[in-house]
Ligand binder design. Structure first.
Ligand SMILES: NC(=O)c1ccc[n+]([C@@H]2O[C@H](COP(=O)([O-])OP(=O)(O)OC[C@H]3O[C@@H](n4cnc5c(N)ncnc54)[C@H](OP(=O)(O)O)[C@@H]3O)[C@@H](O)[C@H]2O)c1
Length: 219
């Protein structure tokens, strides 16, 4: 268990098509956000102490995860990377802010970069970074407000573990389709009706030509 005091305040945020997809069928990144949503996400990044993604997103999108305008408050970056597969020239390392890479305890490789810190964690039953331990470690590093930006597997696991305080989805009026296209929450999914993750609707608002839906945990 991890209490709210022991972990950062967690905001999950993603942009999806009207059919719930978050990338192209071959996983390549695609512009889904409107200008208004892009601006909102930049403000959110600025308000947070760190932005977290999975290694899947680093390998497909190679995002920088910074605030794209002049600010004195660039967030730290966090990557969940069980086997430490992150390339040394990944964009997240650029810009000088701290990059925490959460990896497994038995991984031998390390990262020789001034702004990188490798944090070694226990793994969960399914062989992924234990998110509860990861959240405690990040809180100890001074991260009080964490923005989780994806991708599909990471969002699923934060939702499944109940490790979130807000969940924002921008729905764009586009259709991407494809049975294997990444969706808002992938992973294994629930095994039966009792495991369904319930959310409480907090706000719905029109944003540009799309819709911003804000949820919070059911309890
Ligand atoms: N539209 C949006 O808002 C948005 C935002 C971000 C990404 N995306 C899209 O999302 C797609 C990538 O999603 P993805 O599911 O392939 O990758 P992902 O969620 O970014 O990363 C998943 C990987 O992270 C590692 N990981 C380690 N611990 C984990 C944990 N506790 N929970 C979850 N993952 C953990 C695992 O790889 P290891 O076992 O190797 O550690 C896992 O396979 C891309 O197509 C990208 O474009 C869209």
């Amino acid at each position: 268990m991890v209490s709210k005091e022991e972990r950062p305040y967690v905001i999950i945020n993603c942009a999806a098509s009207a059919d719930g997809k978050i990338a192209l069928p071959d996983k390549r990144q695609v512009r889904i956000s409107s200008k208004e949503d892009f601006d909102r996400v930049m403000r959110l990044r600025e308000e947070c102490d760190a932005v977290l993604v999975g290694i899947g997103t680093v390998l497909t999108d190679d995002p920088k995860l910074n605030v794209k305008y002049d600010t004195s408050k660039q967030p730290a970056k966090v990557v969940l990377d069980t086997k430490l597969r992150i390339p040394e020239d990944a964009e997240v390392f650029k810009g000088g802010t701290k990059v925490y890479i959460l990896t497994g305890k038995d991984v031998e490789r390390t990262i020789e970069k001034e702004n990188a810190e490798v944090l070694r964690c226990n793994l969960s039953k399914d062989g992924l970074i234990d998110l509860k331990e990861a959240m405690k470690l990040l809180r100890e590093k001074g991260i009080k407000r964490l923005l989780v930006e994806g991708g599909a597997t990471v969002i699923w696991n934060f939702l499944k573990e109940g490790l979130f305080d807000e969940f924002n989805i921008y729905i764009s009026p586009i259709i991407i389709g494809g049975a294997k296209t990444p969706t808002i929450a992938d992973g294994d999914g629930v095994k039966n009706e009792n495991e369904i993750i319930k959310l409480r609707l907090k706000e719905v608002k029109k944003l540009g030509d799309g819709l911003l839906i804000r949820y919070e945990p059911w309890k």
